[in-house]
Ligand binder design. Structure first.
Ligand SMILES: NC(=O)c1ccc[n+]([C@@H]2O[C@H](COP(=O)([O-])OP(=O)(O)OC[C@H]3O[C@@H](n4cnc5c(N)ncnc54)[C@H](OP(=O)(O)O)[C@@H]3O)[C@@H](O)[C@H]2O)c1
Length: 249
């Protein structure tokens, strides 16, 4: 996929992996729009990258998704790439029942429903472009679940199966579907939860991780793993499911 001279919307492009992807497209002379909820983060992006357009939007809210799509399509009719990157992660003890589930943000709404709905809002537009893409960010935890993030794992497994079918349904169109499957990357994801649990391990740095993503896009990969992670696809499903990730950190 060409990353130069594109027009790309990166949800959750105000920090971490999303900002890394936004920056790479911007450096390649693409027009970049990012969205996020936190105004301060949007301001910081504007200071660092005056050419990147920041829009405030909570993708977990259906009305805000509709407004985002309407504004982006009105202001940026050349939009040809949607990157569904925004996501959150929570540690959840399922034994604690509904109070625990409702004590934080809704991972299903933000990580999964938003991706399906935003894709539906942009697909008609993207299909009219000679070359376009939907890029979904899942997670290694969608393939090998981690014990303390039960809902997160499931939303990411859902992104994977959704992306497979989206790709198949769009196979004879101009819209390419890419799934990015990050390993653990040192970002702000679940920072509060990790700090409370005294998690020391941070994963790979963004500086090390982002080039893998950009190389995968340039090579026209359908699915972009990190560090040989694609091996999990060739394992019998039962084998990978036996290896529930139960970290000692
Ligand atoms: N870091 C990892 O180890 C890892 C591993 C596998 C997959 N991933 C996936 O990579 C993606 C990016 O995560 P990250 O690690 O870069 O975390 P991050 O640094 O926390 O970035 C998350 C981004 O998403 C935005 N966001 C979160 N909820 C949002 C909402 N409801 N509406 C709009 N924007 C929202 C955040 O901005 P606001 O808070 O201002 O809204 C921020 O810009 C996520 O989908 C995550 O699941 C990360």
């Amino acid at each position: 996929m060409e990353i130069a001279n594109r027009t790309v919307l990166v949800t959750g492009g105000t920090s971490g992996i999303g900002l890394g992807i936004a920056e790479a497209f911007q450096k390649a002379k693409s027009r970049v729009i990012v969205c996020g909820r936190d105004r301060e983060k949007l301001e910081k992006v504007k200071e660092r990258f005056p050419d990147i357009t920041g829009l405030q939007c909570d993708v977990g809210d259906a009305g805000q998704r509709e407004n985002l799509a309407a504004e982006v399509l009105r202001r940026f009719p050349d939009l040809d790439i949607l990157v569904n990157n925004a996501g959150i992660q929570r540690y959840i003890d399922l034994k604690k029942g509904r109070s625990e589930l409702k004590a934080g943000e809704d991972e299903i709404a933000i990580n999964f429903v938003a991706v399906v709905d935003l894709t539906s809002l942009f697909i008609g537009h993207l299909l009219k472009k000679p070359s376009a893409a939907v890029i979904n960010v899942s997670s290694g935890l969608g393939f090998m679940p981690m014990l303390n993030t039960p809902v997160y794992n499931a939303t990411k497994a859902a992104i994977h199966t959704y992306s497979l079918v989206l790709r198949q349904q769009l196979k004879d169109t101009s819209v390419k579907v890419v799934e990015i499957v990050p390993t653990m990357v040192d970002t702000d994801l679940n920072k509060t939860g990790r700090e409370a649990a005294h998690v020391q391990y941070r994963g790979v740095s963004l500086a090390e991780y982002i080039p893998t993503v950009i190389k995968g896009l340039a090579n026209d990969a359908d699915t972009i793993f990190y560090g040989g992670g694609e091996k999990i696809l060739s394992e019998p499903r039962g084998e990978s499911e036996k290896r529930l990730l139960n970290p000692s950190w």
